[in-house]
Design a protein around this ligand. Structure first.
Ligand code: F6P
Length: 345
């Protein structure tokens, strides 16, 4: 078969590992040929491709990012975009397309499957907020990076008796914040699922600093966290083709508010794209490899409109529609039953 791949949305450590696994299994077991559409759906619309093979993907297993590029292009938001996609698939004689992406990329894949396109999805996002799969690759790497940052911030916070606010990624869900916050021993963790009361945050910090002999604190905040009395503070009003506003800024707003209300010297660190760059952890390499092999098997099973997913430790297939549209949120039992036990004490 002639199989095309694309990577869409924000990049993520492990994308290359997926493609390497797809190609290795496809070439060696089925005699497939491969090509990559460059820069996500934009490459499909514009008909820009690059060859992919076992040889071209050698050495990419530990490499972060995606060697075929990515973008947030939405064919359904571009005049003639969908027709252009279908024309490209015909022109390059593509028998099957593997779309590797998050909610937006897989949402497009689902709609195209509805129009008869032979497409299979692979879930990806460092945010780990995609439904129908227990984990996405890239998440473990992001948590590892954030945890290391928190570990480092502890020592400088303690030396200067400061409050350190650490802003991590997590637009709709606070998975990275909760996991790195628990692993890093955060004083408090603020996530989109649980709007926070700034005065309650400050009084917990006061209690810790005045009654528990701990004159230093780490507050981990997900970029999508919102104060209960208002909406998130946004750095820019820029909106992408999927309607997402660019976030990033709540950490700074929070640090200023804490310093103003408590009088404690407070600093903010915004980890930003550092969490998405660099080499994937061993766990993410293995998960990405398992997804890749399952994706090419799904292609040969003709499982169009399906996505590979991790459920109860196994790789399974689920309809794309089950994965898109509704984010997977942090389990309240993990937040309230585990993370909260350590808050401010
Ligand atoms: O891919 C998800 C994500 O990492 C979000 O957590 C974040 O809000 C967004 O991407 C940032 O996107 P961009 O790279 O376009 O700034």
């Amino acid at each position: 078969m002639r199989v095309a791949m694309l990577t869409g949305g924000g990049d993520c450590p492990g994308l290359n590992a997926v493609m390497r696994a797809v190609v290795r299994r496809g070439e060696r077991t089925y005699g497939d040929e491969f090509l990559g559409f460059v820069d996500g759906w934009r490459g499909v619309i514009d008909g820009v491709t690059m060859p992919l093979s076992v040889e071209t993907l050698r050495g990419t297993l530990p490499r972060g990012g995606t060697v075929i590029g990515s973008s947030r292009t939405n064919p359904f938001k571009i005049d003639g975009g969908v027709d252009a996609c279908q024309a490209s698939l015909e022109r390059f004689e593509v028998d099957a397309l593997i779309a590797i992406g998050g909610d937006d990329t897989l949402g497009v894949a689902d709609k195209l499957a509805g129009r008869g396109v032979h497409v299979v999805g692979v879930p990806k996002t460092i945010d780990n907020d995609l439904s129908a799969t227990e984990l996405t690759f890239g998440f473990d790497t992001a948590v590892q990076i954030a945890t290391e940052a928190i570990d480092r911030l502890h020592t400088t916070a303690e030396s200067h008796h400061r409050v350190m606010v650490v802003e991590v990624m997590g637009r709709h869900a606070g998975h990275i914040a909760v996991w790195s916050g628990i692993a890093g021993g955060a004083t408090m963790i603020l996530i989109p699922e649980e709007p926070f009361d700034i005065e309650a945050v400050c009084s917990a910090l006061r209690d810790r600093h005045e009654n528990h002999g701990k004159y230093a604190s780490i507050v981990v905040v997900a970029e999508g966290a919102v104060p209960s009395e208002g909406s998130a503070s946004l750095v820019s009003g820029e909106v992408d083709q999927f309607g997402h506003v660019r976030l990033g800024g709540i950490g700074m707003v929070l640090a200023n508010a804490i310093e103003e209300r408590t009088g404690y010297e407070t600093r903010a660190t915004i980890l930003g794209h550092v969490q998405r760059g660099g080499t994937p952890t061993a766990f993410d390499r293995v998960l990405a490899t398992r997804f890749g092999i399952a994706a090419i098997e799904a292609v040969h099973a003709g499982a169009w409109g399906q996505m590979v997913a991790l459920q109860a430790g196994d790789i399974v297939r689920v309809p794309l529609i089950e994965a898109v549209g509704k984010p997977k949120l942090v389990d309240p039992a993990l937040y309230h039953g585990v993370a909260e036990v350590f808050f401010a004490s």
